[in-house]
Design a protein around this ligand. Structure first.
Ligand code: HAS
Length: 545
């Protein structure tokens, strides 16, 4: 059962970022219009291109994901470890995150923080942007810390039992978050805030980038792992079956603790300050971090097959048809399943990016946003949308209105992301740059920089982006109608998340305890990052102003 005293806080943590998402998605649609040359201006309705791009990235990739991870974590820990989340602590964490978000929103919306969601130097924001980010992160830390005493109590009183898999997934998510946010906290507090206040004349730009990407890659697993919790512990039940192997679920989560962080240099293959040997090490580790996702692909496919066969599925492939793809009662299923389908291409293109020499071809081109819209805007975003609707309706004791429309959203979103990404991959391979207002430059036929060979990709991308916008509009139609529906106290009291039983329930000692994995993670981080850090500190990469 989910604690009653957590309902309000969880609903705020879900609904506030969803409200902001309206701006986030609006600026996403504007992006594709600017880039396709359909808007030929530096700004639209008073918000300029880079301001809108910053709002899009910060809201969608940082605010929505952090709030959701905390909200979902509160629900999972409360349900699986039995009423162990102190409500006062949950409110404190939530309040810090809300204040942080509002404080950071002011400089963004007044044009004082157009530094994009990758906010490292030399771009400089108003100090309130950085202070807001710090509060948001500290709020998420507080929300995590308050789960730990309840977990330790649970372990003491259940010495023979394995920690529920969903709780393992949530703790993994936040252990990674805790490890990766410490260096970025140093960057923001010691480098960026004093610099933006004018207290220091300049910052070491390369150090700022190194610290950001130390955080920036594990950040993607912080986004992804709540979706993995749903795939492993909820989706098999929705499919009518069981999780094929409990051990593989645990192994995957533990492996992410070790492998998520020591590979951020794959975002810096072109960084002059770091030697190529360490970049090669990070490239190799990047291939290794794909392994838990490959294990996930096989474990989930086996779990889906088990469910489909239990529903009467037969044959080598025909059983896929017996999954609840179009069952309006189980509308949550396609939010998870279509996320996985999208992730196949997101994963393959990630491996291309990791391939050192290939990265030189695609780096900073539109290939990169094509890749990450098949990852963070694919499995992650669909899981967040689906679970937010599920929780908002369930915790407020309401029925999801228009379940058929709810069911259509993930399909429409998938069509949109595939179309959008196809256009951006095509353009990226032809050198179309990312983060560029193409409408006033390369896609303006009157400009002497006009590139006719870049038009097709951006136009295809614009069609996809508009379809994605339509999918989100339909989502909000369902969400708002559901929130306005009649409330049942009894339904709210009895609401729980589905929990899939394991088919193979192995008990393997090595995945019962976080400690060895955290120690291995720290060693891996020291090996992968100390020498590059020394190289950066020995150089002189200071900017002033
Ligand atoms: Fe990435 C850049 C490499 C995963 C997000 N990535 C980015 C950026 C973002 C991002 C936001 O090495 C841009 C940052 C910026 O602004 O500059 N990425 C990888 C690799 C993986 C990967 C190797 N990325 C992600 C995930 C993200 C994400 C996850 C968000 C959540 N990425 C890179 C690299 C760069 C990069 C370089 C820098 C590029 C540059 O030069 O700037 C891997 O973890 C991917 C492994 C995944 C798989 C897929 C497994 C498939 C599954 C689905 C199974 C399906 C089933 C259903 C069961 C191997 C689990 C079956 C259904 C049927 C119909 C058959």
């Amino acid at each position: 059962m989910i604690q009653k005293d957590l309902r309000a806080v969880v609903l705020i943590e879900l609904l506030l970022p969803l409200a902001l998402l309206i701006f986030g998605v609006y600026h996403g649609v504007l992006q594709v219009l600017y880039r396709a040359g359909l808007i030929q201006d530096v700004s639209f309705f008073g918000i300029d291109y880079y301001q809108g791009l910053t709002a899009h990235g910060v809201i969608n990739a940082i605010v929505l994901t952090t709030f959701f991870a905390v909200a979902f974590g509160n629900v999972v820990i409360s349900q699986t470890l039995g009423q162990s989340v102190p409500a006062r602590g949950a409110w404190t964490g939530c309040a810090l995150m809300v204040v942080g978000t509002l404080v950071a929103a002011w400089p963004i919306f007044t044009g004082r923080a157009s530094v994009l969601y990758t906010f490292y130097a030399p771009m400089k924001a108003h100090p309130l942007f950085y202070i807001g980010v710090v509060l948001l992160v500290v709020g998420s830390w507080v929300s995590f810390w308050i789960w730990i005493p309840g977990y330790l109590r649970w372990r003491k009183s259940h010495p023979e039992q394995k920690t529920p898999l969903a709780a393992v997934g949530i703790f993994t998510t936040f252990i990674i978050w805790q490890m990766c946010t410490l260096p970025v906290a140093y960057e923001v507090i010691v480098q960026l805030i004093p610099w933006s206040l004018g207290w220091t004349p300049g910052v070491n730009v390369v150090l700022s980038r190194l610290l950001f990407w130390f955080f920036g890659h594990p950040l993607v697993y912080f986004w992804l792992l709540p979706a993995y919790v749903m795939y492993y512990t909820i989706m098999p039940q929705l499919a009518g079956g069981r999780l094929y192997s409990d051990f593989y679920g645990r192994l995957v989560f533990m492996a992410f603790i070790v492998l998520s962080t020591p590979l951020g240099l794959h975002h810096q293959f072109t960084e002059p300050a770091v030697s190529s040997g360490y970049k090669a090490l990070h490239a190799a580790l990047t291939f290794l971090v794909a392994v838990p996702s490959l294990i996930t692909a096989f474990t989930l496919a086996a779990s889906l097959e088990h469910g489909a066969r239990a529903n009467g599925g037969t044959g080598l492939f025909a059983w896929w048809g017996k999954l609840p793809h179009f069952d309006a009662q189980r509308w949550l299923f396609p939010y998870l399943f279509m996320g996985l389908v999208i992730f196949i291409l997101g994963g393959v293109t990630g491996i291309v990016n990791a391939s050192y020499s290939m990265a030189n071809l695609v780096h900073n081109t539109s290939w990169i946003p094509a890749h990450f819209h098949l990852t963070v805007a694919g499995p992650v975003f669909l899981a967040i949308l689906g679970m937010s609707l599920y929780l908002c309706a369930g915790l407020s004791g309401k029925k999801v209105a228009a379940p058929r429309v709810a069911l259509a959203v993930p399909y429409l979103w998938t069509l949109g992301t595939f179309t959008f990404s196809a256009g951006l991959f095509y353009g990226g391979l032809r050198g179309v740059p990312r983060r560029t207002n193409l409408g006033i430059s390369f896609l303006d036929p009157t400009s002497n920089t006009f590139r006719p060979d870049w038009v097709t990709g951006e136009h295809v991308g614009a069609v996809g982006g508009c379809v994605m916008g339509l999918a989100v509009a339909l989502y909000f139609y369902v969400l708002i109608r559901s929130l306005l529906a009649a409330r049942s106290e009894q339904a709210a009291d009895s609401f729980v998340l589905p929990e899939a039983a394991p088919y193979h329930d192995e008990d393997v000692a090595v995945v019962r305890n976080f400690r060895p994995w955290v120690v291995a993670a720290i060693i891996a981080i020291l090996v992968a990052y100390v020498p590059p850090l020394v190289q950066v500190l020995n150089g002189e990469y200071r900017v002033t102003g």
